[in-house]
Each structure stands twice: as structure tokens, then as C-alpha cells.
Write a protein that binds this ligand. Structure first.
Ligand SMILES: N[C@@H](CCC(=O)N[C@@H](CS)C(=O)NCC(=O)O)C(=O)O
Length: 120
């Protein structure tokens, strides 16, 4: 890929094709896994979410968007699907939970939700 294309991609976001592929990937991840966390490895809110899920022994699929090639496209897809622009972006049992604040708000219900999602 040319330097120009890389730079314009950086400023303008994913192409329609990249966005469509990213949406398909997000939807498949949600459908096929009990818990999915879209995260960034340096994000303190994400660290808190991972700590909470780890403490509960939850089984979850983790994507560190800052470490994968299609991370920016996935974040745009998540924005279209959930209207949430930030990470962590959390799904349990195919349901959108929200970010870390929303996860912490339902901490008491998590063991039950995780069991239902087959992620315990
Ligand atoms: N209230 C949110 C805060 C999350 C947040 O601010 N995350 C930052 C990263 S630490 C973010 O997503 N910034 C925008 C970005 O990385 O694109 C939560 O509890 O999840």
C-alpha cells in the first residue's frame, strides 16, 4: 500500500469495503462468543473491565484494537452498531452492555449473566 493511501486512510477512516468487512467480523464475534471485549491495551477502563472479568473466572474473547491491523475499522463498525465511541465495548450473551462504567454498575448480576452466556 502506498504511503499516501496509508496516510489518507489514517485521516479519513476505513473505506466502505473495510467498514462492511469490520461490521461482519464484529457481528460474527458477538454471535459466536459468550463474552466479547473490544479493548485497547493501554486503556485503564479496559484494564478495570479485564480485572473484573478475570476475578469472576469469565471466559471471554479479547480484541486489543490498538494492536491489530483492522482495529480502527472495527472501532468504526462498533460505533455504527452500538453508537458507542469508546473502549472497552462489552458484549455478554450477544447483548451490548456498554463500557466499563456500565459493567461495574451490573457487577452483582455478572455471575448470573456469565453463566447464562456460557462464559463461566
Ligand atoms: N465511561 C467509559 C470511559 C472509556 C474511555 O474513556 N475510554 C477511552 C480510552 S481509555 C477511549 O475509548 N477513548 C477514545 C478512543 O480510544 O478512541 C467507560 O467506563 O468505559
Amino acid at each position: 500500500m502506498s504511503v499516501f493511501k496509508r496516510l489518507s486512510g489514517f485521516f479519513s477512516g476505513p473505506t466502505p469495503e473495510e467498514l462492511a468487512a469490520a461490521k461482519t467480523k464484529v457481528q460474527a464475534l458477538i454471535n459466536e462468543n459468550g463474552v466479547v471485549v473490544f479493548s485497547k491495551s493501554y486503556c485503564p477502563y479496559c484494564a478495570s473491565t479485564k480485572r473484573t472479568l478475570n476475578k469472576l473466572g469469565a471466559k471471554y474473547v479479547l480484541l486489543e484494537l490498538n494492536e491489530i491491523d483492522d482495529g480502527r475499522a472495527l472501532q468504526s463498525a462498533l460505533q455504527e452498531i452500538t453508537y458507542q465511541t469508546t473502549v472497552p465495548n462489552i458484549f455478554i450473551g450477544r447483548k451490548h452492555i456498554g463500557g466499563n462504567s456500565e459493567l461495574q454498575d451490573i457487577k452483582d448480576q455478572l455471575p448470573e449473566l456469565l453463566r447464562h452466556a456460557g462464559a463461566h
